[in-house]
Design a protein around this ligand. Structure first.
Ligand code: ZN
Length: 349
């Protein structure tokens, strides 16, 4: 019996040395095993060949059974691996997988966006200052549109009185930091974009380094210190700024971009209002959909700037009066003596 087993091992090893495929070697060994089993069953007891190969069929049958079980188990494992473990190849950096192509199909159909524009959106880094009334729809639409990296600056927590208009937040997230609540909403809407939460209030020390990391800034804050600071830093760094403001039933929006010859915020509003003169939403009130309209327009202007479509609101201030359903646009001028952008060499247009 040992001789036959040795012969089987030798056949297997010789086949391996000469590069015979595993399946052929397996058949050869199986034929040899079958011949031995037949010899045990057919030849009379005491026959030389039968005695030389063990004299009994049972050990060979057990050996064959064990080998068959082992081979069957190996085949089963291979089949399970082939069925479940091969993940779809991830798309190359900068390109889109099938799910993303389907998600952005209505964008890709647009002549002004198309595949190249959608790629620019995916590569873009946009900073939204304030996750409040204006920031809520702006962030949601930037995320839905596929802007790859969205930074959100806010140091507040979600309050009950925010939910009348700040639609990115939800009742069960009252008490959470607004940046965390907004990040949860974005992830639920579009898992293909990245949110970078910055839980802080921008000041002279933090604004420059933070804004330098982004291509474009959206400002929806309701305090003038931050508003003027963000404008000055954007002007100094040459970053376009989309800023909107509102109160009660009326709001305004513009693209401040002195690097492209357009006025900055301080060109248009050179004198900071005295404290208390312009009431914030908390004191004056605001109608719920108004930040929805203006925040959506902020996202629209951002997308136009990122893909290079149409005419952004550079040098134009759009004013929307919700109470009377009127929208008008007035031209704005760059001031050569502007404290924020007067030093820039770009021509005043
Ligand atoms: Zn200016």
């Amino acid at each position: 019996m040992a001789t036959v087993l040795g012969l089987m091992v030798a056949l297997w090893a010789l086949g391996a040395v000469f590069g015979v495929p595993g399946r052929v070697r397996l058949v050869t060994v199986a034929v040899l095993w079958l011949a031995v089993v037949l010899a045990q069953l057919v030849l009379p007891a005491g026959a030389t060949l039968r005695e030389a190969t063990g004299g009994r069929a049972e050990p060979w049958l057990v050996l064959g059974g064990v080998a068959a079980l082992a081979l069957g188990y190996r085949a089963l494992l291979r089949r399970i691996r082939a069925r479940g473990a091969v993940p779809p190849a991830p798309p190359a950096p900068g390109s889109f997988g099938a799910a993303e192509l389907e998600r952005y199909a209505r964008h890709i159909l647009l002549r002004e966006v198309g595949g190249p524009g959608q790629k620019r959106l995916k590569a873009a880094r946009v900073l939204v200052v304030g996750a409040g009334g204006l920031g809520s729809p702006a962030i949601l639409y930037l995320a839905a549109a596929g802007v790859g990296t969205i930074g959100i600056v806010d140091d507040d927590v979600v309050e009950n009185s925010n939910l009348q208009r700040q639609i990115i937040h939800a009742d069960d997230r009252i008490g959470l930091p607004k940046v965390a609540s907004a990040a949860m909403a974005v992830k639920a809407l579009n898992p293909f974009v990245t949110v970078v939460p910055h839980r802080l209030r921008l000041d002279e020390a933090t604004a420059r380094d933070l804004i330098a990391e982004y291509d474009l800034v959206l400002d929806g804050t309701d305090n003038f210190d931050t508003r003027y600071l963000v404008n000055r830093v954007c002007a100094a760094l040459g970053k376009p700024l989309v800023a909107a403001a509102m109160t009660q039933w009326e709001g305004q929006i513009s693209v401040y971009d002195p690097a492209q010859g357009a006025p900055c915020y301080e060109c248009v509003f050179p004198v900071r209002p005295a404290p208390g003169l312009v009431p914030a939403c908390a004191e004056a009130g605001v109608i719920a959909p108004l930040p929805g309209i203006l925040g959506s327009m902020m996202a629209l202007e951002a997308l136009k700037l990122l893909v290079g479509a149409g005419q952004p609101l550079r040098g134009r201030l759009l004013i929307h009066d919700g109470l009377f359903g009127e929208t008008r646009t007035i031209a704005t001028r760059r001031r050569p003596d502007c404290a924020a952008c007067g030093h820039l060499s770009q021509p005043v247009v």
